[in-house]
Design a protein around this ligand. Structure first.
Ligand code: ZN
Length: 188
């Protein structure tokens, strides 16, 4: 099924997501998350964005790597119970980010250029990866969702203030997007 996206203002986006019990059957949920991400033309989707406060996200970073589209399995990936560490020494890079839960608002976000991530894959195999540049950025954005953090949180106070009217519009449903949005989500 395709889930509606939970928008800015809903409490689930500010919660720390729950750790999943080892071996939990996530097959259907993962398929649905990929389908939901694709319909919304996202490059990543975290479980809280469909109202599930769980330590799980999916990404498709094939857009950002050369020849990525030719190897979809390599770049469409599932991260369960992840732990992200910044690589040392770490370099901070700024780049514009969007978020399916905050449509129309783009923010220059400082991120570590490279990261190390430990996680379980969809088969509950423990894995570890080193990522750089855009794949590292996408992962950091999705990982933040599991901590209740959003890209706008990185903006300086004056810029954030300027966005308040737009953020209020999102909260109140005064937005137009070409994917389904769900308010008053109680499905935790
Ligand atoms: Zn997001």
């Amino acid at each position: 099924m395709i889930y509606p996206i939970i928008p800015y203002g809903e409490p689930v986006l500010r919660q720390k997501a729950a750790t999943l019990e080892l071996g939990t059957d996530l097959k259907t949920l993962i398929e649905d998350m990929f389908a939901t991400m694709d319909v919304a033309s996202g490059v990543g989707l975290a479980a809280p964005q469909i109202g599930k406060s769980l330590q799980l996200f999916v990404v498709d970073v094939s857009y950002f790597v050369e020849d990525g589209k030719a190897q979809p399995d390599k770049y469409r990936k599932v991260y369960i119970n992840p732990i992200v560490e910044m690589s040392h020494p770490h370099t901070i890079v700024y780049h514009e980010e969007g978020c399916l839960s905050i449509p129309g608002i783009f923010a220059e976000v400082p991120r570590s250029k490279s990261i190390r991530i430990k996680f379980f894959d969809q088969n509950w195999e423990p894995r570890e990866e080193e990522l750089v540049d855009m794949p590292a950025r996408v992962i950091q954005h999705e990982y933040d969702h599991l901590l209740g953090k959003l890209h706008i949180d990185y903006l300086p106070a004056d810029k954030r203030l300027l966005l308040e009217p737009q953020l209020e519009d999102i909260k109140q449903g005064r937005i137009q997007v070409d994917y389904a949005i769900q308010y008053n989500n109680n499905n935790n």
